[in-house]
Design a protein around this ligand. Structure first.
Ligand code: DJQ
Length: 825
């Protein structure tokens, strides 16, 4: 009314006080005319003949009404304290509205200006609505009114059905009548609508009701099989016009333990114009004896044209209870073509929005505009975020695919370098070694468990303690796969896990069947065992020990370059790695393989194999003794030169010597990288310190107790030095010279901190992995190791370059070596 959708000519009244209080001024909130509709004479009690009538031009489902008196800027003071509503669907039969308790009178206004809203329970389905003021004393009455609801698209004008019955349960009766039916109820219900169209669906338990304070069975209309000899209940539905029906939905109770079930069959007859179609439509839903919940049963009406439908619902049990029946028809077509604007209202428009949620019209528009804008912005943000994620995932997939390709390629190249063909230099290859630790995928469920072997290639494992039992299991099963497989492909078949003969790592090296004993494959000579004298134990592992020994006549075995300061006739100190005599065949094989590979590494900054004892057991390999132990412990017990060291009398290492040691590590790595040898665990703990700050890179493996905190154990799986690992090694299992460069950066950082602090010591292992995710995402949220106090900018720059996200942008060891040489004064 106040929105203007209802035209003046559709608002009429029984009478009007004056032209300025005509019906058309009866719109809620309307201040035109004299401010309201006022009837001609005083309304006497119980003398209902005055009304304000609204013609909605088609059927509407009305759920709420509002009333207001005449205020007229303070001049008026007329209002209706009470009123009734009458409605009609056809304009001839008028029905008095009653609430669910049967009361007709509605409480109206208490002053001339406030709007009073009333929920219509039950709602009205009507085209015409009349507001009829009621007064209990003589007074002038004026009204302004409003209707709220939506168009009744079902088009149903009435249903005729047998009257609902009463069910006798042991404790109480259940009334299954249609208590709000607005037609005539004599023997059966005729010409009305009621509970089956009130929009309220019954509960699973029909004895309970949605509607507060109503009797058991209130929501349902129900019939007993015994009252119907035919075995069905016939309901006739009349519509406002001929419609094209798609479906009928019947909300049925199915409490089978109370002998209530949905119908077992429905037969529907259609009447268009005045004739009934000869062939009815029949449908048999599945009778559900498992699920007792109430449900809508949908009947396909197959686009039948009709203005009336007669349906026979067959009993499946003693009782049949319906709470709602709706019809879906092709109304759009009818509204636009067959039923051109009979009404002034556009089809499907809401009569009036619920004013409880209504704001001023212009405000609403602004509000909606703002909301739409906000939604657009949010959607845009979401799309951008999703797009970025998808993009990153694609990137990652691509890189994983690349990893797989490279893996296959590089492994076959590696096998040339370390395999049968005795190509010692292996220099032809530009490929980097790529192999897969067992990968971990902390970033989410998309990360797949790699099917590849856990391998470290081409490498050795060595002296230390017990390996993690889990990795032993893993490696065993891996080996088993290899054996079963038998496919002659390096990457998957020729890899044997090396438990580190004395070490712990789940490493692998090429499983070549070396005839080591023939000696032709090994570049080191047999040393007479009897010339070795045991002095002390340097280390211990699962399959053997490393001993400090005196060796007589070792000079012969040493390169000229090492000999200048060793007296010819005196015994030299050597480190001897020995395989335990009770070691199994696998361990023995692995030991021989380690010898083979180590024998090829000849660089002043890499552990050098001087000789072996393989003609008899126990198998031994001999390297020179590095009297200062590993670099980590060495630096830990030293201090930088300065006040503190002077006062505490602690041994010091000069900055120059730090640089010197770092340069040697870079040099050793330059050599390894020239062989495409990927170390995978470069750290100060894996470097040995000899006399005068000489450094040799070794690889102790992962199970020295002292360094267990440097390795992250993924439950039941790999053990990884995550704080030294590049993002791609952690996330993609990709190990290359570039990831060795990353680890070098961390090693450099350790050196400049005198190994007094673990990298990212403030972060837990999990946070380190999260940080790895940030390195991957590269959104400036990654945390870099801080510049050590002693570290000049030039050195920190080298570190940062080692931690570049893009592997190609990281410096080669050649470049790192060069840069370090330049830093040294
Ligand atoms: C690589 C290795 C030497 C066993 C402790 C105190 C010491 C030895 C990647 C290449 C570069 N280089 O070495 N891989 C594997 N090996 C080793 C060790 C260090 N280890 C563990 C010690 C240790 C010395 C020497 N002086 N002081 O226990 N390897 C092989 C080794 C050990 C003895 C003889 C031959 C080889 O890490």
């Amino acid at each position: 009314m106040s929105g203007g959708q209802i035209h003046d000519e559709d608002i009429s009244a029984s009478s009007q006080w004056s032209e300025s209080t005509a019906a058309r001024y009866g719109r809620l909130d309307c201040e035109e005319g004299d401010g309201a509709w006022c009837p001609e004479i005083t309304v006497e009690p119980d003398h209902l003949k005055e009304f304000l009538q609204i013609d909605l031009r088609s059927l509407y489902f009305i759920t709420l009404v509002g009333t207001q008196g005449r205020h007229a800027g303070g001049i008026g003071n007329e209002f209706a304290q009470m009123y009734k509503i009458k409605y009609s669907r056809d304009g001839s039969r008028w029905i008095s509205w009653r609430n669910r308790q049967g009361k007709q009178v509605i409480e109206g206004n208490r002053n001339a200006y406030d709007i009073v809203l009333k929920d219509l329970e039950p709602p009205i389905i009507a085209r015409f609505v009349r507001f009829m003021p009621v007064t209990d004393h003589s007074m002038n009455v004026c009204m302004r009114v409003e209707l709220y609801g939506c168009e009744w698209l079902d088009g149903l004008v009435s249903y005729n059905a047998p009257a609902g019955e009463q069910m006798s349960l042991p404790l109480y009766p259940v009334y299954l009548n249609d208590s709000v039916y607005d037609g005539a109820v004599i023997h059966s219900m005729t010409e009305g609508l009621g509970q089956l169209t009130d929009g309220v669906c019954g509960l699973d338990d029909f004895t309970l009701s949605h509607v507060y304070n109503m009797w058991p069975g209130y929501d349902y209309v129900g019939w007993n099989n015994e009252s119907f000899s035919s075995g069905f209940v016939e309901i006739m539905f009349e519509f406002d016009r001929t419609r094209n029906f798609t479906t009928m939905k019947v909300h049925c109770n199915n409490m089978f333990n109370r002998h209530v079930k949905t119908f077992r069959q429905v037969v529907c007859y259609f009447r268009s114009e005045s004739d009934w179609e000869a062939v009815p439509l029949s449908f048999s839903p599945v009778v559900d004896e498992k699920n007792p919940s109430a449900r809508f049963v949908t009947v396909n009406l197959a686009n039948h044209m009709a203005s009336a439908i007669k349906c026979q619902f067959y009993f499946a049990d003693a009782w049949m209870l319906f709470s709602e029946i709706t019809f879906q028809s092709d109304t759009a077509m009818y509204n636009t073509t067959l039923a051109p604007p009979k009404t002034g209202l556009p089809p499907n428009t809401q009569l009036e929005e619920d004013p409880r949620h209504k704001v001023d019209d212009s405000n609403t528009r602004i509000l909606i505009g703002c909301l739409v804008a906000i939604i657009f912005i949010l959607v845009a943000i979401i799309v951008i975020i999703l797009w970025r994620q998808v993009w990153q995932k694609m990137l990652e997939k691509a890189s994983r695919r690349m990893l797989d390709d490279e893996l296959t390629a590089s492994l076959s190249i590696q096998s040339e370098t370390f395999g049968y063909n005795h190509n010692r230099s292996g220099t032809t290859s530009e490929q980097e070694s790529n192999s897969t630790y067992e990968r971990i995928f902390p970033l989410g469920p998309d990360y797949q468990e790699p099917s590849r072997l856990i391998c470290k290639l081409p490498e050795f494992a060595q002296s230390s303690e017990e390996p993690a039992s889990t990795s032993t299991a893993a490696s065993k099963s891996t080996t088993a796969t290899v054996v079963q497989d038998g496919v002659p492909h390096y990457a998957e078949a020729d890899i044997v896990n090396l438990q580190g003969v004395t070490g712990s790592n789940t490493y692998a090296i090429p499983a070549v069947t070396m005839d080591l004993l023939s000696g032709k494959d090994v570049a080191v000579e047999e040393f007479p065992r009897k010339l070795l004298t045991f002095k002390e134990k340097l280390g211990e592992g699962q399959f053997g020990e490393v001993h400090l020994c005196e060796a007589e006549g070792m000079q012969e075995f040493m390169n000229k370059e090492f000999l200048f300061d060793i007296p010819e006739d005196q015994p030299v100190l050597v480190a001897v790695k020995m395989l335990r005599s009770d070691a199994n065949k696998n361990a023995r094989n692995d030991f021989l393989k380690e010898i083979k590979i180590m024998s090829r590494l000849k660089d002043p900054n890499i552990i050098r194999l001087l000789a072996v004892c393989i003609y008899s057991d126990p198998l031994c390999m001999i390297t020179e003794y590095m009297e200062n132990g590993d670099l980590n412990q060495f630096l830990s017990r030293h201090e930088p030169e300065g006040q503190f060291a002077l006062l505490s009398n602690a041994p010091t290492v000069s900055f120059n010597n730090l640089c010197y040691m770092a340069t040697q590590i870079a040099s050793g790595m330059k050599y390894l990288s020239s062989l495409n040898f990927v170390h995978r665990d470069l750290a100060t703990r894996n470097c040995l310190v000899g006399k005068t700050y000489t450094i040799k890179i070794a690889d102790f493996g992962m199970s020295r107790n002292l360094y267990s905190g440097d390795y992250y154990r993924i439950q039941g799986r790999a053990v990884l030095p995550i704080r030294w690992m590049s993002w791609e090694s952690i996330l993609l299992g990709k190990f290359t010279t570039a990831s060795d460069a990353w680890a070098f950066g961390v090693t450099l950082w350790e050196i400049l901190n005198f190994c007094k602090e673990q990298p990212y010591s403030q972060l837990t292992d999990e946070q380190v992995i999260e940080n790895t995710g940030e390195f991957f995402r590269d959104q400036k949220r990654q945390i870099y190791l801080p510049q050590p106090v002693l570290c000049p900018d030039s050195l920190y720059k080298i570190m940062l370059s080692c931690w570049r996200r893009n592997t190609k942008e990281r410096p080669s060891f050649q470049e790192i070596h060069r840069a370090l040489l330049d830093i040294q004064p």
